[in-house]
Design a binder for this molecule. Structure first.
Ligand code: TRP
Ligand code: SF4
Length: 407
């Protein structure tokens, strides 16, 4: 059960357009998104500009990859009625926020992000000495901050980016969050909550500020989140007033790490396109069967009569994802006792993967037969996303004392 404060948070996540997705994406990311969309207000987007940070020299596949990927999202059950789906480049406000944030971002913060050096090492053949590549975690920060997302589902490798985002938000709020008449405005906003809630807020605020009572802080936050009659900016003032800071313009997000089953590829390494070991989400059953039948097993089992050890076999990793205790017990016993052949052992996995893909393939077909359906979903999502992003940018320009449309 999630608390009301948590349930009111916005979730945002993005994926680079890599084209058709594979089982690793399904088990590692998409199943999680499908669950989250029922628990939170969710925004999921195609991070097409992020593709340019490493693949600026070949951009021809990006658009097709976007559509293929969105079809896969929809086929897996990401539901446009529950989540807002959009494409980053169609909400140019991301770029504006990125530019403004770049003005306050120390170079060292970006140079220290672990993926900066790691990726440069890994992709040696590419010239990644570009502003775009260095700035890519900051672009990600802008993606997150522009929606004031509280929770960002990401993998382990992205946690440092969320941490950077928090630091950027803090720095921004520090520079621009101060209003000259902040305290007076905050007090006026408190009064707007009605007498009972106002008193409660003040008590909790004092308990936090004077005694460092974190529970009081959390209760006060929940109180604010539940207030219907506060304007958005009053609510943010009151969040800031609680913590003793100025107005919070940009919200510090938290990473939402979910343990997911490690999805192995057909060679036992992590499933990844670059390793050439994937099973596509919409792969033809015959191909799936062939890939699994030919995948390597415990090398000790040269002949059927040689006992093996599932712990040394990539097929076992698939059983961990796809089989129940009974089947797993059968595998353990029969493999060690040389009672079955490897093909027999693989059959339940083959059946389970194909059964899992069947409804996905079918739903995908609905969308590939009807491309305008997908376009409409994305157009609508982009519009919703733009509304939110534009509202944030109005605020950002306002506190930065930049020209605004409201001149
Ligand atoms: N950087 C992420 C990746 O490579 C994708 C991404 C871009 C993202 N912007 C984001 C993820 C914002 C979460 C939130 O996987
Ligand atoms: Fe692997 Fe199964 Fe063969 Fe054992 S019997 S080596 S677990 S495929």
């Amino acid at each position: 059960m999630i608390s009301t404060a948590a349930a009111n948070q916005r979730v945002l996540s993005g994926m680079r357009p890599t084209g058709r997705l594979h089982l690793g994406h399904y088990h590692g990311v998409l199943k999680n998104w499908v669950r989250l969309q029922h628990e939170y207000e969710c925004f999921f987007f195609v991070a097409d500009w992020h593709a340019l940070t490493t693949d600026y020299d070949n951009t021809s596949g990006i658009v097709t990859s976007c559509w293929d990927m969105v079809v896969d999202w929809l086929a897996c059950g990401v539901n446009p009625n529950s989540a807002t789906l959009f494409v980053q480049s169609q909400v140019p406000e991301h770029a504006e926020l990125y530019l403004l944030l770049s003005m306050i971002t120390p170079l060292g913060w970006l140079e220290r992000v672990p993926s900066y050096k790691d990726q440069q090492e890994k992709l040696k053949e590419k010239d990644l000495g570009t502003i775009g590549f260095l700035g890519y975690p900051l672009l990600q920060s802008a993606d997150i901050l522009i929606y004031k997302a509280g929770l960002v589902p990401v993998g382990e490798d992205q946690v440092a980016h969320i941490e950077l985002t928090r630091e950027i938000a803090r720095r921004f709020n520090h520079f621009y969050g101060g209003e000259p008449d902040f305290a007076a405005k905050a007090e006026a906003a408190v009064a707007n909550m009605g007498k009972k809630n106002a008193t409660l807020y003040q008590t909790l605020r004092r308990r936090y500020q004077e005694q460092g009572d974190h529970e009081a802080l959390e209760t006060a936050k929940a109180l604010l989140t539940g207030q219907q009659n506060l304007t958005l900016s009053d609510r943010e003032r009151l969040f800031g007033y609680l913590a003793g800071e100025g107005k919070i313009i940009l919200v510090e997000p938290a990473a939402l790490l979910t343990e997911t089953a490690k999805m192995p590829g057909i060679d036992g390494q992590k499933m990844s396109k670059s390793y050439g070991n994937i099973i596509g989400l919409r792969e033809e059953p015959l191909i799936v069967e062939k890939k699994l039948r030919t995948m390597p097993t415990d090398p000790a089992r040269v002949r059927r009569t040689d006992p093996g050890d599932p712990e040394k076999c990539p097929v076992w990793e698939f059983h961990k994802v796809y089989s129940d205790d009974q089947v797993r017990g059968w595998v353990m016993d029969s493999c060690r006792g040389a009672k079955i052949g490897c093909l027999e052992c693989k059959q339940p996995v083959i059946d389970a993967v194909i059964a899992e893909q069947a409804p996905i393939r079918e739903r995908a077909r609905e969308f590939t037969d009807n491309p305008s359906l997908v376009k409409n979903i994305i157009n609508e999502g982009c519009e919703q996303a733009r509304d939110v992003a534009q509202a944030t940018m109005e605020e950002v320009r306002d506190v930065m004392k930049l020209a605004s449309n409201k001149l």
